[in-house]
Design a protein around this ligand. Structure first.
Ligand code: FES
Length: 107
């Protein structure tokens, strides 16, 4: 299992477990993590699964696709360099211990 940490805007931290190949959004949902609206159900068309990836891990991750990058222009909170859509991130073993920060709002 791959351990992930989701941090709410108030600092509350929740741990989740994921398997290799699962999306970040799916892992969060299975763990009952609040803060993702995910209106489109993971199809990269709503931008309500916005999250911020801990900067230290950002360099290891693959770049957002053109589609994801375009959708990130529509997030409800300010887009940052470490902004990503949780439905588009496929969890891999090297992400063990990754910290994922939730935005103040998704819409
Ligand atoms: S769930 Fe809609 S863009 Fe990720």
């Amino acid at each position: 299992m791959i351990k992930l940490f989701f941090i709410q805007p108030n600092g509350a931290t929740h741990e989740a477990s994921a398997v290799n190949g699962q999306t970040l959004l799916s892992a969060a949902r299975e763990a009952g993590i609040d803060g993702f609206t995910a209106e489109c159900g993971g199809n990269c068309t709503c931008a309500t699964c916005h999250c911020f990836i801990e900067p230290e891990h950002l360099a290891e991750m693959f770049e957002p696709s053109e589609e994801e990058s375009a959708m990130l222009d529509f997030v409800a909170t300010t887009r940052e360099a470490n902004s990503r859509l949780a439905c588009q991130i496929v969890v891999e073993y090297f992400m063990d211990g990754l910290r994922v920060y939730l935005p103040e709002r998704q819409y």
